[in-house]
Structure formats: C-alpha cells, structure tokens
Design a protein around this ligand. Sequence first.
Ligand SMILES: Cc1cc2nc3c(=O)[nH]c(=O)nc-3n(C[C@H](O)[C@H](O)[C@H](O)COP(=O)(O)OP(=O)(O)OC[C@H]3O[C@@H](n4cnc5c(N)ncnc54)[C@H](O)[C@@H]3O)c2cc1C
Length: 218
Amino acid sequence: MQTLKILNSGFITHDVKRFILEKPKGFVYRPGQSAHISINLPGWEDKIRPFTFTSLNDWPYLEFIIKIHDDHNGVTNELGKLKLGSELLLHDVFGSIEYKGPGIFIAGGTGITPFIAIFRALYISDNLRKIGLIYSNRTKEDIILGQELFKMLGPAYINIFTREGVIGFWERRIDRKYLIETIRNFDTRFYVCGPQKFTEDITKDLINLGVNPQSLIV
Ligand SMILES: Cc1cc2nc3c(=O)[nH]c(=O)nc-3n(C[C@H](O)[C@H](O)[C@H](O)COP(=O)(O)OP(=O)(O)OC[C@H]3O[C@@H](n4cnc5c(N)ncnc54)[C@H](O)[C@@H]3O)c2cc1C
C-alpha cells in the first residue's frame, strides 16, 4: 500500500474533480489500468473504491479524474472536500481496459477515463490512427476533457447527449438504431466503458449486430 499526497486538485466540470498526486518512486502502471483507493483519514481508510489512472507512466505525477457523488456521504463526496496536502491510500493496481489495436471506443460519463489514458499514450507516440470515439453524456456540461479529446481525435470524436438539446450535436441515446446509423463496419474492434447498464446494453446490441465477442473489450 502506498500513501499519496494530493499535490493539486480542482473541479474540471460541475461535478468532476481532477486530482494530481505524488508518484511513488519506481511505481509503474499501464494506460487503462485502475487502482483501489481510499482516503487516509480516520474512518475512511477501509472504504476502498476503484478509480482509473488518466496520467501516463512516464509523467512525474499521478492523475485521477473523479466524479463526485454528493447525494450521500460516500468516498467521492469526501474526496470532493479534501484539501491540498491531504493523503490517499493506493492499495493495488489492476487491469481494466487494455488497448488491443484500432477500433471504435464507446464511453458513457466517467467511463471515458481509461480511454483518456489510452488516447494520450497513442497520441504522444503518434499512433492514434483508425480510432473513433462515441462519447455519451447527459448534457454538454458533463463532458470531461472535451477540448483535449477533440485535439487528439478531430472529426473521429462524436458527442451524444441524452438530456439536453445542443445545436450541432447528437441528442439521443446509443441504442441499436443509433449504432446502425452511425457505424458502417461492425467487423472491427469495440471498446465499451461506462455505467454497468450502459456497457451491458451496448455490448448486447453490438453482438446482435454481428460483432465478434472476441473483438469486444469492456
Ligand atoms: C474499474 C473501475 C474504474 C473506475 N474508474 C473511475 C474513474 O476513473 N473516475 C470515476 O469518477 N469513477 C470511476 N469508477 C466509479 C467509481 O468507482 C464510483 O463512482 C465510486 O466507487 C463511488 O464511490 P462512493 O463511495 O462515492 O459511492 P458509493 O457509496 O459506492 O455509491 C455508488 C453509487 O450509488 C449511489 N448511492 C449509493 N448510496 C446512496 C445513497 N445512500 N443515496 C443516494 N445515492 C447513493 C451513488 O450516487 C453512486 O452513484 C470506476 C469504477 C470501476 C469499477
């Protein structure tokens, strides 16, 4: 277990906070991996939750992008109140989503975090090609790092919104009909990450549309 000091933190949307943490010497992880984390405060040390690294291994610090659920007194609500110099406990690192090659990435809300790390790694090594991103959020205000995603992916980056009408953007859910209209070739790799139901529904739709289950990374 590692104790990590918060070096910087701040809200990047109305309910999503970015944490910059001290990186322990010799600490290694891969894009798409997550860590089990708790807060180093009395009563919170054992409340362990999973979060995904958005930083890259060769950065001098660790970055996490975390949605704060302030509707109850859970871990993220407490994370939302932490000040600089507070400490987190990093229990272990585990593989979530691993990059296996070009394909279509479908994210819902904070499900974008593993994709951010993967895209950043591909972008700096000039390998971000033949990749498309469909990113679903409730409203435009919920998009995480939209400018950076656009800079990295350009027109291969599509936003869709489930709640609010925003001129120039898709305003609907990712469902079977949407997938048929938007994706021309299902004979490719798909990466899906988001709330459990989002991932389950889209995975089911993709398989029904002929996607090889082995080409699905969830
Ligand atoms: C592998 C993995 C990686 C992840 N990576 C990230 C990431 O990078 N960034 C990120 O933001 N999230 C990520 N998550 C999700 C994150 O782990 C959860 O949002 C977090 O654990 C919530 O912790 P919590 O203690 O605040 O809420 P919990 O108490 O664990 O509650 C979870 C959900 O239930 C609702 N809920 C629970 N109890 C109540 C209650 N009494 N009243 C109202 N609502 C309630 C909360 O609103 C919340 O939506 C990841 C999840 C997994 C599985």
